[in-house]
Write a protein that binds this ligand. Structure first.
Ligand SMILES: Nc1nc2c(ncn2[C@@H]2O[C@H](COP(=O)(O)OP(=O)(O)OP(=O)(O)O)[C@@H](O)[C@H]2O)c(=O)[nH]1
Ligand SMILES: [Mg+2]
Length: 236
C-alpha cells in the first residue's frame, strides 16, 4: 500500500497510474495499523464532466487550476470523522475516456462501497450516457445494496444548462439515487460537494454490519426514507 500512495502537501493521498495489487482489494475495509475503516468510493462518468475537479475539491478543498484527462485511476483520500468515528474516504477518480480505462475497469468495481455517477449539466450527451455507466456498474456485479448518487456538475455555467433539474430528478428517482446539482468550480458550492461524499460515508457507516459481512450477498436497497437526524453531522 505504501508504494502506491504518495502523500500530498495537504495530507491527502494521491497516486497516478497505480500498480494495483491485492492490497487494494479492501475486502476488510480496515486500516489495521490505526484501526481506521476505509470506504472505497468510485467516481464514474463521461470524460470532461469534472470528476477529477470534484474529487479534488472534496479532498484538497480547491478547484485545480489545470487538469488533464485521467489515465487509469487517481486515488485521493480524506480522513473524516462521523459521530466520533475516524474514517478514511478513499476516492477513486476514474478515467472517462475508454482508451484510458479499459484495462482498469475490473479494479474500479472490485469491493467498491459506493458509486458516484457524474454528468455535465451543460452537456446532454453526458446525461444520456449515464444509462451505459449504470449498466457497466451492474455488469460488474455491484450489488444494489451499494449506495449510489447522481451528480450534475458545472452548475456555475448557468447560461449553458442543457439538462433540466426535473429531468435529472426523475432519472435519479427511477434509479433510486440521490441527486446533487453542484459545481466543482464555484467556491460557494464547496460544502455541497463535500455533502456528496459525506452523505455516502454516513450511509456506509450506518451499514456498518454490511461492510464487515459480505455486501455482495445483501439485496436490500438503500432508500432515503428517513428524516435526517438534526443532532447528526450527516448531510443527507
Ligand atoms: N465551469 C466549470 N468547469 C468545470 C467544472 N468542473 C470541471 N470543469 C472543467 O471541465 C474540464 C474537465 O474537468 P476534469 O475534472 O478533468 O474532467 P474529468 O471528468 O475528470 O475527465 P476525464 O479524466 O477525462 O474522465 C476542465 O477544463 C475543468 O476545468 C465546474 O464545476 N465548472
Ligand atoms: Mg479526470
Amino acid at each position: 500500500m505504501a508504494n502506491e500512495f504518495s502523500e500530498n502537501r495537504d495530507g491527502t493521498a494521491n497516486s497516478r497510474h497505480a500498480n494495483l495489487t491485492s492490497s487494494l482489494d479492501l475486502s476488510t475495509s480496515l486500516d489495521h495499523s490505526v484501526q481506521t475503516r476505509i470506504f472505497k468510493i468510485i467516481v464514474i462518468g463521461d470524460s470532461n464532466v469534472g470528476k477529477t475537479c470534484l474529487t479534488f475539491r472534496f479532498t484538497g478543498g480547491a478547484f485545480p487550476c489545470k487538469t488533464e484527462a485521467t489515465i487509469g485511476v487517481d486515488f485521493r483520500e480524506k480522513a473524516v470523522e462521523i459521530e466520533g468515528e475516524k474514517i478514511k474516504v478513499q476516492v477513486w477518480d476514474t478515467a472517462g475516456q475508454e482508451r484510458f480505462r479499459k484495462s482498469m475497469v475490473e479494479h474500479y468495481y472490485r469491493n467498491v462501497h459506493a458509486v458516484v455517477f457524474v454528468y455535465d449539466v451543460t452537456k446532454m450527451a453526458s446525461f444520456q450516457n449515464l444509462k451505459t455507466w449504470i449498466q457497466e456498474c451492474n455488469g460488474h456485479g455491484v450489488s444494489s445494496a451499494v449506495p449510489r448518487v447522481l451528480v450534475g456538475n458545472k452548475c456555475d455555467l448557468v447560461d449553458q444548462i442543457q439538462v433540466p433539474s426535473n429531468t435529472a430528478l426523475k432519472f435519479a428517482d427511477a434509479y433510486n439515487m440521490l441527486l446533487f446539482e453542484t459545481s466543482a468550480k464555484d467556491p460557494k458550492e464547496s460544502q455541497n460537494v463535500d455533502s456528496i461524499f459525506m452523505c455516502l460515508a454516513c450511509r456506509l457507516k450506518a451499514q456498518k454490519s454490511l461492510i464487515y459481512r459480505d455486501v455482495e450477498r445483501e439485496d436490500g436497497r438503500v432508500r432515503l426514507t428517513h428524516q435526517p437526524d438534526p443532532k447528526s453531522n450527516c448531510p443527507c
